[in-house]
Design a protein around this ligand. Structure first.
Ligand code: GLY
Ligand code: MN
Ligand code: MN
Length: 439
């Protein structure tokens, strides 16, 4: 668990970056699944990052222009013994102060009557529009009231800005406490992959293995899967967002598993491994696997300070294209194939993304013209693949694909921490050599 001091330091950094703006950061709300049933609660990552408060329907205010002792205000669901019988424990306003470091706390129902007062003196309001349908009308009403009075009150006209760039810049570089949790998330995820590979065999169903992997997450203290686990046998592996997970595992085919856990603190693992269901690659499967593995290994090693996500993608693409040319699955020169994107029927996604409290974590990849350079403390995935679907549409000028290659979908994905020196592969406990995949 993250130390409360750590949340307090984050809030102070955020407050100092707001330079006179008020920030309004809502918690998530419960989402209906159907009828009276709701999805399990998932906190808004921005709200969590600043508060560590894991309840729905709260709102945090950050007010840097107020005196110290009034800068962090938390509106929360109040204690209610009757409702808590149905929906569970609530900390309430008193504990929001005592345990979560709020300077002041109010019941959430009082937000509409109190917000305008708290916003007095702000140079502007940092609030993300379009994302919080319950809170947004309250914010806009308060802003509107303030604007109506600008001429009489003499206060500055309030602007509305998005808090994303400030907050997401902070979230992009992980603190030591966060890195520890990311190591843990990656480790649990990696061990689940190791275990599931040992038991997978022809005749099982994708769904059975999903159960096994997710059981492992829960047994090891995680909240659950970080995203819809992908357990994809054969050609299903070529569906990038496959989550049906309900087909039998066939002898002679590959199995792609893309699964990671989310910890109670919401930090996530995101790992993909691909292996032969019967324990032996065919010649074609092995050839493609080796190309993806080479691309992944070299791309991983290039996650060094000063490099950037696009650079890593380009490195991976070059090795994939080279390998596919050697196998006769592409034709032309490396440079022309890359320039024309003539490989995209076989590799159609990017090679990675930031990873943290969100699986596709926040943080810019480009700032205007410039790609964001990797720095110590950033965490990203490196996940090249090759997908030769039965449905593969070959572009003009590229060779038709022989059926012996069809139904091969391979991705290898690791989670990597940028350090001062060599990158640290957080998910290294999930093996990936050809030999290991055949055991
Ligand atoms: N599992 C989602 C991804 O790999 O990006
Ligand atoms: Mn990923
Ligand atoms: Mn993944």
């Amino acid at each position: 668990m993250i130390d409360p001091q750590c949340f307090s330091k984050r809030r102070n950094r955020f407050l100092s970056e707001l330079s006179g703006h008020a920030a309004i950061i809502p918690a998530a709300t419960m989402v209906q699944h159907h009828a009276d049933c709701e999805y399990p609660f998932r906190q808004n990552s921005d709200f969590w990052y600043l508060t560590g408060f894991d309840e729905p329907d709260a709102v945090a205010l950050f007010l840097p222009y107020r005196p110290s002792g009034e800068q962090f205000v938390l509106f929360v669901l109040p204690k209610d013994p009757t409702l808590e019988i149905w929906t569970g424990f609530r900390f309430g306003t008193e504990e929001a102060v005592n345990q979560f470091g709020a300077d002041i706390s109010h019941p959430i129902d009082e937000l509409p009557i109190r917000l305008a007062e708290y916003l007095k003196g702000a140079q502007g309001i940092a609030f993300r529009v379009g994302k919080h349908p319950k809170v947004e009308p309250i914010v806009l009403k308060a802003l509107n009231e303030e604007l109506d009075q600008v001429e009489r009150s003499g206060s500055l006209s309030l602007s509305l800005i998005a808090p994303c760039s400030l907050l997401h810049g902070l979230r992009l570089c992980k603190e030591p406490e966060e890195i520890e949790l990311m190591r843990e998330a990656a480790k649990i995820s990696a061990k689940a992959h190791e275990m599931v590979r040992e038991i997978a065999c022809p005749g099982m169903n994708e769904r059975q293995l999903q159960g096994v992997i997710e059981q492992y997450f829960l047994e090891h203290g995680a909240r659950g899967p970080a995203y819809g686990s992908i357990v994809a046998g054969g050609d299903n592996a070529c569906i990038l967002h496959y989550t049906a997970n309900n087909a039998p595992l066939n002898d002679g085919e590959l199995l792609l598993i893309d699964a990671g856990c989310s910890l109670m603190d919401y930090y996530n693992g995101d790992i993909t491994r691909t292996f032969p269901i019967n324990g032996r690659f065919t010649g074609e499967q092995k050839a493609i696997y080796e190309v993806v593995l080479a691309a992944q290994q070299i791309a991983l090693e290039s996650a060094l300070p000063g490099q950037n996500a696009e650079g890593i993608h380009d490195i991976a693409v070059r090795i994939l294209v080279e390998g596919l040319l050697d196998l006769g699955l592409l034709k032309g020169s490396i440079d022309s194939v890359i320039e024309q994107g003539a490989y995209r029927h076989l590799y159609m996604h990017r090679t990675g993304h930031w990873l943290g409290l969100d699986v596709h974590d926040v943080g810019a990849y480009r700032l205007g013209e410039y790609p964001v350079k990797l720095q110590k403390g950033m965490i990203l995935t490196v996940e090249p693949g090759i997908y030769i679907s039965e449905r593969c549409m070959v572009p003009d000028g590229q060779p038709a694909i022989d059926t012996r290659w069809k139904g091969i979908g391979i991705r290898i994905e690791d989670d990597v921490l940028v350090t001062d020196g060599k990158p640290e592969v957080l998910s290294k406990e999930a093996k990936k050599s050809v030999k290991d995949m055949e055991q």
